[in-house]
Design a protein around this ligand. Structure first.
Ligand SMILES: [Zn+2]
Length: 262
């Protein structure tokens, strides 16, 4: 079956890709992963994402932002640095931004402050938001309702409940699904929720090198963008639409989400 894929969330600056990221990208392109979005997690990391995207201008885009884990490094100079970096035409979203109360690498207060700040930047710069939320749904919603998001936003790596999904849809958010859904144990609950995601709100991602789909036997356990079709297949099996239509729509959703002209 032909048709293109768009991996909306890849951490290609992760050290596990240091020696072969070019080969990884080329392999993904060969497997019809036509577009890949690299997600920035700090100022430094975002800079690296832009550098890599520059090497593959036709296929790669990136985000610029500060992940909740790194919120403690957010300071007064961060805004200007972000504003400087988003001047690159390859930067198509602000993020990863959001809240992660699972591990609290940064204090809750710092995370909220950093998150709200990035919503403001996205609003001012007319860029979509690439959002991360883990174990922080209620506070996440409070932030979103307080600092209204003017443009588009996606909650990436959605693994939540049906009520959380409805909260996001009520606020016009897009939903990113990873290989979490391929996990026979952890993904069970998510399986039943997948059909409830409106087709025009659904996007897919590997979140490489994390979340390798459980069915894949890869020696180094590293996930790669070329494995995206495994996630698509799982989602397609859980939904009613014809596969071609679903594939095409997810790709279109992604292109439109990042405001790419094609
Ligand atoms: Zn994330």
């Amino acid at each position: 079956m032909q048709g293109n894929y768009f991996d909306i969330g890849v951490n290609l600056t992760h050290e596990s890709f240091n020696s072969d990221y070019r080969a990884v990208i080329n392999d993904a392109i060969l497997k019809n992963i036509k577009k890949i979005c690299l997600t920035g997690t700090s100022i430094e990391d975002s800079k690296k994402c832009i550098e890599i995207a520059n090497e593959f201008k036709k296929n790669l885009i990136c985000t610029v932002g500060i992940h909740p884990h790194n919120a403690c490094y957010f300071d007064e100079s961060s805004n200007n640095k972000i504003l400087e970096l988003i001047k690159s035409p390859l930067v198509k979203a602000i993020g990863e931004a959001g809240l992660d109360f699972n591990r609290n690498f940064s204090s809750k207060e710092d995370q909220i402050n950093c998150f709200i700040n990035q919503i403001k930047i996205a609003n001012d710069s007319n860029l979509p938001l690439f959002l991360h939320q883990r174990d922080a749904h209620d506070t996440f919603m409070e932030c979103i309702l307080k600092e209204k998001i003017k443009g588009k936003a996606i909650v990436h790596c959605f693994t939540g409940s049906i009520n959380e999904l409805y909260d996001y849809l009520d606020n016009n958010l897009f939903i990113g699904i990873t290989g979490w859904v391929c996990d026979p144990k952890r993904g069970k609950k998510l399986e039943s929720i997948i059909p409830e995601i409106p087709i025009n709100k659904l996007l897919i991602e590997t979140d490489s090198p994390y979340l390798l789909p459980k069915s894949l036997k890869v020696k180094n356990r590293r996930n790669e963008p070329s494995f995206l079709p495994v996630i698509f297949d799982k989602i397609a099996n859980l939904r009613k639409e014809p596969r071609d239509e679903l594939k095409h729509q997810i790709y279109e959703n992604s292109v439109n989400f990042f405001n790419l002209s094609e």
